[in-house]
Design a protein around this ligand. Structure first.
Ligand SMILES: *Cc1c(COP(=O)(O)O)cnc(C)c1O
Ligand SMILES: [Zn+2]
Length: 387
């Protein structure tokens, strides 16, 4: 394993990676760091192509030392589909959808759960706990079951029923909360504090390894495009883990010397009903202020106060990207239009990225001929009431 330490992106303090860690003392999430020179000396990009089609093909860049702790259900290596008909319609001929709907548990949360649960097991965790908008809880409950680990999941009552059912099926201790994800977070914080160290807080960005699982989307996009970076990557942003992860992955690939010295422009998409990142980006702020009265059909991106706000905003600015809010009615219309034209039923969060692509192309921010990758973060069939 080439993991060396955990680094605080805010105060710069290093923390050891061989014991359980949550946030830095300064309150920031921690980032896993690797000896990339050693990685480059150990493996070449071509070798990945010979390995199994899951995210563990990037094991030199992942935090699990002993393969016995790898907990897997076959997550990763999801397809890139060229959306010719829909792309032509909106003036983006090179519109590519990465379909995370094919991931175990029906959302890309499985990537974070696979790596997060594996590393937690390796470090001796017996029970994890987290607040969730649904998909993360479903994924972590599922992978925890696979790892013979306990899981306590707190979820808003309004979250998709299927995610509750997945938690129950996986044997998790499910707590339904009459409120938003922040309220669920308070319940979990109290439970972890009272557990005397027996329950590990695996909430979004509260431990460093979920991010490592999600960053593999960035490696895959680049590898699947023949070790080329696209011009634009559009991501439905709630907690922002995927966006921060893709940004981190691109930097690692650059430092490894495996891609050209150019970053894709990263786009954070939010709903007009919950857009703290869009507001902070437009105002030029370094941090986001909490969004009041959050509501949207794209439940996975209903995060009024993301813990990773600084990291998200840095990734957007550093990549010359942008942040855009889209309307629920347009999300649903684009979801239907895309399904009819392309035969792929997206989740509303993925459809929000199409709406964003349409507006960004119409406004000229996306230029003719640019290659645009959109993340469909979950399976449309998890939201049967939407169409
Ligand atoms: C969680 C989730 C998101 C947002 O992911 P972040 O990485 O936390 O921003 C987007 N789409 C779906 C379907 C989700 O479940
Ligand atoms: Zn710090």
């Amino acid at each position: 394993m080439h993991l060396t330490h955990l680094e605080c992106p805010r105060c710069g303090l290093d923390h050891p990676a061989d014991k359980l860690q949550n946030l830095c003392g300064c309150g920031s999430p921690l980032l896993a760091r690797y000896d990339l020179a050693m990685v480059a000396a150990t493996v070449t990009p071509e070798q990945f192509g010979l390995r199994p089609a899951d995210l563990w093909r990037y094991r030199e860049l992942l935090p699990v030392a002993d393969p016995r702790f790898v907990t897997t259900l076959g997550e990763g290596w999801t397809p890139l589909w060229h959306a010719r008909a829909y792309g032509h319609e909106i003036g983006v001929d090179e519109l590519i959808v990465k379909d995370e709907g094919l991931t175990p548990t029906g959302s890309f949360k499985a990537r974070g759960a696979a790596v997060g649960v594996s590393r937690a097991r390796e470090l001796g965790v017996e029970r994890i706990a987290m607040p969730t908008n649904g998909n993360a809880g479903a994924a972590w409950a599922t992978y925890a079951a696979r790892a013979q680990m306990g899981a306590t999941i707190a979820m808003p009552l309004a979250a998709p029923t299927i995610c509750r059912q997945e938690c129950v099926a996986a044997g998790a201790d499910l707590r339904l909360v009459d409120g938003l994800i922040g309220d669920a977070g308070r319940e979990i914080a109290a439970l972890v504090a009272d557990s005397g160290g027996r329950v590990f807080d695996a909430g979004t960005l509260r431990e460093p390894y979920r991010l490592e699982g999600k960053k593999t989307m960035g490696y895959e996009i680049v590898e699947q495009l023949g070790w080329q970076v696209p011009d634009v990557i559009i991501y439905p942003t709630g907690g922002g883990v995927g966006l921060i992860g893709i940004h981190k992955a691109l930097h690692e690939l650059r430092e490894l010397g495996w891609v050209e010295d150019r970053l894709p422009r990263l786009v954070a998409v939010q709903s007009t009903g919950c857009a703290p990142i869009v507001r902070a980006f437009a105002a030029g702020e370094a941090r986001a202020t909490p969004w009041v009265d959050a509501h949207t059909v794209a439940f996975g991106i209903t995060v009024p106060a993301p813990l990773g706000d600084e990291l998200i905003l840095t990734a957007l600015r550093e990549s010359s990207g942008t942040a855009i809010a889209v309307d629920d009615a347009e999300i649903v219309a684009d979801l239907r239009d895309f399904a009819a034209r392309e035969g792929l039923l997206l989740c509303p969060e993925g459809a929000a990225c199409l709406t964003a692509a349409r507006h960004l192309r119409a406004g000229g921010w996306i230029r003719p001929g640019e290659r645009v990758v959109v993340l469909n973060t979950g399976a449309g069939i998890k939201y049967p009431g939407l169409v």
